[in-house]
Design a protein around this ligand. Structure first.
Ligand code: ZN
Length: 458
């Protein structure tokens, strides 16, 4: 299912493109070796040019657990107790009883092609499924990591692989529960896993490897202190302050709130991405902004799980950086995440256009901030500029939602006014991986996914 190699030298022409300098019209991009090697504006379309529509830079998805895609729609019934995050997690544990390497790879590949179809050209995969369903290490410790890399190769998406360190069931180094047996490793084994991840992604174009301490619940302070050194130049991601119960448990353990504890005890800087950070005080979100770290917001999953609302508007206007992640992958798309991010702020603040700034519309400000924060958090620069990977998302502006639109109104109409499917084509490293809104390998990847689901759910 790996994509056939395509000729790398081509020219693409667009009626408009969003470059680091703003909107440009009649843009021709020359692509060679998977990179943008030339950019002309005010260019007439040539006979050999491919493309059309409006070109946007591909965005990085800063947080994904791809295998959870297969659980979408299966966790919406009420449990015997109050139906919150904790009952959802119990369902995930049961799901993990039957998913082996083949099933995980098949589910991951489907999630990855849907990310490309939704406008993400890179995924930061927060990978914690290390052991077999019985909880034993695979003969190759990086068995599942290798499956994720294979899925990325099949889909053609750029991969930032974040092997997760997970050792405890709760604050204070509590021993792991039976439900967590597939996630657990010790520090020596984890260091070995990280180096195996570097080796197995060596052939993937533009791959990045970082590390992810799972959370302050799952990692002791002593373990957390050891992990940044393993990241090398790569990013460091951690779940933090997603649930009010986590905040209460952290205070009971340490006297501090989770983000407060992290900022005090860990070397949080521009390499770090704090996933969720939903429940923060003003001192905490100002602390994150001051350190230059990225907050990884996952609006659809946070809404699905009933987590709460991060104070994004205040944080943004204080210079805070954010990226967006699809997390549980219950629904996948750049526009969908940005729309819900803005709408949640409007509902909480009872105001309109709260994420816009003086120079940019809401959609443009959201998109460009998610682009920059995503690139930082995923450890890979992007943008429609000479030298960058040719990762290009093309909006099909023949759709009626774009009639009469230009400039920022194109982004606003995509995010707030267009039905799904406005992404026409996607180029990743100079190859067209989505054409007419559909991934070029979708049929084969869907077939494999259906077989995997029969095994997992049958
Ligand atoms: Zn997560």
């Amino acid at each position: 299912m790996t994509l056939e190699p395509q000729p790398v030298d081509r020219t693409l022409w667009f009626e408009a493109a969003l470059t680091p300098d703003g909107w440009a019209r009649d843009v021709r991009l020359s692509v060679g070796g998977g990179r943008i090697v030339g950019l002309e504006t005010g260019a007439a379309r040539g006979a050999a040019d491919q493309g059309g529509g409006v070109a946007l830079p591909g965005v990085a998805n800063v947080h994904s657990h791809a295998f959870q895609r297969a659980m979408a729609g299966l966790t919406e019934a009420r449990g015997p107790s109050e139906d919150d995050f904790w009952t959802w997690r119990e369902l995930m544990y049961r799901f993990l009883d039957r998913g082996g390497p083949e099933e995980i790879e098949a589910i991951t590949a489907l999630a990855f092609i849907e990310m490309l179809e939704g406008g993400f050209t890179r995924v930061a995969e927060f990978h914690y499924l290390h052991n077999d369903p019985a909880g034993a290490a695979y003969a190759d410790r990086a068995e599942i990591a290798g499956r994720i890399a294979a899925a990325a190769q099949a889909a053609g998406i750029a991969l930032t692989l974040l092997p997760v360190f997970y050792a405890h069931a709760g604050f204070g180094g509590q021993p792991p529960s039976h439900g967590q047996r597939r996630f657990i490793s010790d520090l020596d084994g984890f260091a070995d896993l990280v180096s195996r991840c570097r080796a197995l992604t060596g052939d993937l174009s533009d791959a990045v490897v970082g590390v992810a301490p799972h959370s302050l619940r799952a990692v002791s302070p002593e373990e957390l202190a050891m992990l940044p050194a393993l990241a090398g130049d790569g990013p460091i991601h951690i779940h933090v302050a997603e649930q009010t119960k986590e905040v209460e448990d952290c205070r009971a353990w340490s006297g501090a709130r989770p983000v407060e504890w992290l900022l005090t005890h860990a070397p949080v800087d521009t390499r770090w991405c704090l996933i969720h950070a939903t429940h923060v005080t003003e001192a905490e979100w100002r602390g994150i902004a001051d350190r230059g770290a990225v907050v990884g917001l996952c609006p659809i999953t946070e809404a699905n799980l009933g987590d709460g609302v991060f104070p994004a508007a205040d944080y943004l206007h204080a210079g805070g950086r954010f990226g967006v992640g699809t997390d549980s992958n219950v629904q996948i798309g750049v526009a969908e995440e940005l729309r819900l991010l803005e709408y949640s702020q409007r509902l909480a603040r009872r105001g309109r256009a709260v994420m816009a700034d003086s120079a940019r519309s809401t959609g443009r400000a959201l998109f460009e901030r998610a682009l920059a924060g995503g690139a930082q958090a995923a450890g890979a620069a992007g943008g429609l500029a000479v030298g960058a990977p040719a990762d290009i998302v093309v909006l099909d502006t023949r759709g009626i939602a774009f009639a009469g639109r230009s400039g920022d109104a194109i982004l606003d109409s995509w995010i707030f006014g267009a039905p799904g499917g406005a992404v026409g084509s996607v180029w990743r490293a100079g190859r067209e991986v989505v054409r007419n809104g559909r991934h070029v390998a979708r049929d084969a990847i869907e077939d494999r996914y259906r077989r995997a689901l029969a095994t997992v759910l049958g």
